[in-house]
Design a protein around this ligand. Structure first.
Ligand code: FES
Length: 175
């Protein structure tokens, strides 16, 4: 009699443990399933619009004199967030507005430089060493083979800080 009771207790203990293990397994499987489903259904974070970068202090600029600046830009691509170094040529125009050019020649993408004595009037031009293209202070093509003006960054000023946004490709020159 005692043996049968012990056997029954042993059986119910085993059943309880088995139910606990199955229950715990179900909870773990359920939470993994829900997490995976949310991951797959939500997809990666959408790319936001313009990603503005705090690029420079306005004090680096002298009116009409291009200044080459280097700045950090944070890029969000899906789940990947990276920090990358960017460069731009910044100019404070005579009317106080700002222009920020991409540092790459629109011919084949070489880095160009500002030459204060270059250009038709010897009052400065951006000169590309690779194939001889040159561009005016406003980014227009002076000499080819480049056939597009310099590309520009969106630019805005907040107090003394200058912010650069997306790069805007310029269309091909008509001339
Ligand atoms: S890359 Fe600048 S002229 Fe060719």
């Amino acid at each position: 009699m005692q043996e049968r009771r012990d056997g029954q207790q042993e059986t119910s203990r085993r059943g309880f443990l088995a139910a606990g293990i199955y229950g715990l397994g179900s909870i773990i499987a359920g939470s993994l399933g829900i997490t995976s489903a949310l991951y797959l259904l939500r997809g990666p974070r959408k790319k936001r619009g313009t990603e503005w970068a705090d690029a420079a202090d306005a004090s680096v600029l002298r009116a009409g004199a291009p200044a080459k600046i280097t700045f950090n830009r944070t890029r969000v691509d899906g789940w990947k967030i990276s920090n990358q170094k960017d460069t731009a040529w910044l100019i404070r125009n005579v009317d106080g507005s700002l222009t920020a050019f991409s540092p790459l020649c629109t011919h084949l993408g070489c880095a160009y430089q500002w030459r204060a004595e270059a250009g038709p009037s010897k009052n400065g031009a951006f000169v590309c060493p690779c194939h001889g293209s040159s561009f005016s202070r406003t980014g227009q093509v002076i000499t080819g083979p480049a056939n597009r003006p310099l590309d520009r960054y969106e630019v805005k000023r907040e107090g003394e800080r200058i912010w650069l946004g997306s790069l805007v490709k310029t269309p091909r020159s008509n001339a």
